[in-house]
Design a protein. Structure first.
Ligand code: ADP
Ligand code: MG
Length: 307
């Protein structure tokens, strides 16, 4: 099967959305930008052996390639519209592509995301997805918008994916799901948008990602370690390990947001959210952690780094 047959068979679907005037099949897709909203766009690449173990099931790779991108849109407070898929494959392996497409489209269907184009080439296994969505400018959650006195809250659970990586074959299906089938928190992002100030999705470990907000906003933070929302199986680990997994593990795709204390009360009660308050934004820069004894100390924002 050549690349054109692969595209035709597995990736060409008639576009359903009214904003998509032309999808897969021409030299380029044609999109009508949403009226009164901004286009929000981002891209993420997954490299075999780096972002997922080589033995990962094709359907899981397809799901995750889209999930990590949708998670970025969630952190902006955008509603997803469509995506582009760039695939580099060692060979035209139909069973891989079939599995990949099934995982990819099952997540796309959950969020009404249209695949409008892409590219398919031969090379080391590598998947790059670009997603775009829409949001009103006033509702965007930017990294530079945290203010001293803001409450820091997390939606989602931390450490599960890192525990799965650590446990390998011994990992439970629950933590393996965290690693292979992350759920992008799109609905939560939309509920938080317009109220939360700054937001980021936790992909490289909470400490590192929160630090991106702190640096962009020119503020600091005081983090209450006992309040970290840990995955239940992470809670069962030794305390030191549990905190390491939650703070520096990565692949969580939780949302970390900052918001006014007044707004916190209201969002805390919202039935569509299960926010955990984990600390507050401070005027003095740097990340300070407080443990269960009340002892305070600086926290290194180490997370996953490629270079
Ligand atoms: P071109 O040579 O003009 O770049 P291609 O042969 O690369 O065209 O692609 C043909 C069509 O198939 C284009 O519309 C492109 O967007 C789409 N396409 C290619 N690969 C993919 C893919 N992996 N997923 C979705 N659409 C794809
Ligand atoms: Mg091309």
């Amino acid at each position: 099967m050549n690349e054109f047959e692969l595209i035709e068979r597995y990736f060409r679907r008639p576009p359903q959305a009214d904003w998509c005037l032309l999808g897969v099949g021409d030299d380029a897709a044609v999109i009508r930008p949403p009226h009164g909203e901004e286009l929000v766009i981002c891209s993420d690449t997954l490299v075999a052996g780096r972002h997922f173990p080589e033995a990962t099931a094709p359907a899981d790779i397809g799901w995750k390639a889209l999930a990590v991108n949708l998670s970025d849109l969630a952190a902006m407070g955008a509603r997803p519209l469509g995506c582009l898929l760039n695939l580099s494959l060692p060979e035209a392996d139909e069973s891989f592509v079939e599995g990949f497409a099934s995982g990819f489209f099952s997540l796309a269907a959950k969020h009404g995301v249209e695949l409008v184009g892409g590219d398919t080439t031969r090379g080391p296994l590598c998947i790059s997805v670009t997603v775009f969505g829409a949001a009103k400018a006033s509702r965007l959650m930017r990294r530079d918008a945290a203010r001293p006195g803001d409450i820091i809250a997390v939606e989602g659970r931390l450490g599960g994916a890192a525990l799965a990586l650590r446990q390998g074959d011994q990992a439970s299906s629950s933590v393996r799901d965290c690693l292979n089938r992350p759920r992008p928190l799109i609905e939560a992002g939309l509920l938080l948008a317009g109220t939360a100030h700054a937001a980021i999705d936790v992909s490289d470990g909470l400490a590192a990602d929160l630090n991106h907000i702190l640096v962009a906003s020119g503020v600091g933070a005081r983090l209450e370690l006992p309040q970290l929302p840990l995955h239940p199986e992470v809670v069962a680990q030794d305390l030191e390990l549990a905190r390491q997994l939650a703070l520096a593990g990565g692949d969580d795709y939780a949302l970390c947001v900052t918001l006014d204390a007044d707004d916190w009360e209201e969002l805390d009660r919202h039935p569509g959210l299960s926010l955990r308050r984990i600390g507050e934004i401070t005027e003095s820069p740097g990340l300070v952690a407080v443990d269960e004894t009340g002892a305070e100390g600086p926290l290194e924002p180490a997370g996953f780094r490629h270079f």
